[in-house]
Design a protein around this ligand. Structure first.
Ligand SMILES: Cc1cc2nc3c(=O)[nH]c(=O)nc-3n(C[C@H](O)[C@H](O)[C@H](O)COP(=O)(O)OP(=O)(O)OC[C@H]3O[C@@H](n4cnc5c(N)ncnc54)[C@H](O)[C@@H]3O)c2cc1C
Length: 180
């Protein structure tokens, strides 16, 4: 069974960024993404300029949309509006997430796409991660000291481990309900 210092499930913005910093910090890192990449994702793709500071990288022009966002306008219900110069990034998730996956790999992380993290088994000093490659009908396990669930808004593993944090009443996009 292959062993890692950290396994990160989810090759989106959070998982790729975490993988980049974990690998750069010298940890043997595996980043697992359930879909074949690169892939499209529903998102407006608008991000604050501060993102470059968090990431410690300049976003290459070819990973951004051609139209630059340099101004924010707020329109109030009474029709009044305020505008201010405000640089924001705009990108499509396919080239953007792909670039983040590449950054993680360049930092030394191993990247597996088309691979689903199904569950984890917590042992005393380590974690067993159950992985499956559905297209190859292949199931396998990896051992890790640390596991990060970065599988998005409805995180599969965190929901298994801490169901109380993800009750049906909690907020989520598309549900149209507020958190109690
Ligand atoms: C319509 C829409 C518009 C949005 N617009 C904006 C915007 O303009 N600006 C903004 O900042 N945010 C926007 N968001 C929110 C943004 O998409 C999320 O905040 C962002 O994607 C969160 O990144 P993440 O890495 O946490 O999750 P995700 O990007 O969702 O990444 C999670 C990844 O985990 C993978 N995964 C899931 N389960 C498993 C598993 N079991 N094993 C392995 N991999 C798994 C998924 O395939 C996915 O690639 C928008 C969201 C929507 C729906």
């Amino acid at each position: 069974m292959e062993e890692f210092d950290v396994i990160i499930a989810g090759g989106g913005i959070s998982g790729s960024t975490a993988a980049k910093f974990a690998a750069r910090g010298g940890l043997k890192t595996l980043l697992v993404e359930r879909h074949k990449t690169p892939r499209d994702k529903p998102c407006s793709g608008i991000q604050f300029g501060y993102f470059e500071k968090i990431l410690g990288e300049k976003i290459p022009k070819e990973r951004l949309c051609n139209i630059e966002l340099n101004k924010v306008s707020i329109v109030l219900p009474d029709g009044k509006s305020f505008s201010s110069p405000f640089k924001m990034f705009n990108f499509m998730r396919k080239p953007f997430d792909d670039w983040l996956n590449i950054l993680a790999q360049e930092a030394g992380a191993e990247f597996l796409d088309d691979c689903v993290c199904q569950s984890v088994e917590e042992k005393e000093n380590y974690v067993i991660v159950n992985l499956v490659k559905p297209k190859e009908k292949k199931k396998f396990q990896c051992k890790t000291k640390y596991f990060v669930d970065a599988t998005g808004l409805r995180p599969k593993i965190r929901t298994q481990l801490r169901p109380e944090d993800f009750s049906k009443e909690s907020i989520g996009y598309g549900r149209g309900r507020r958190a109690p």
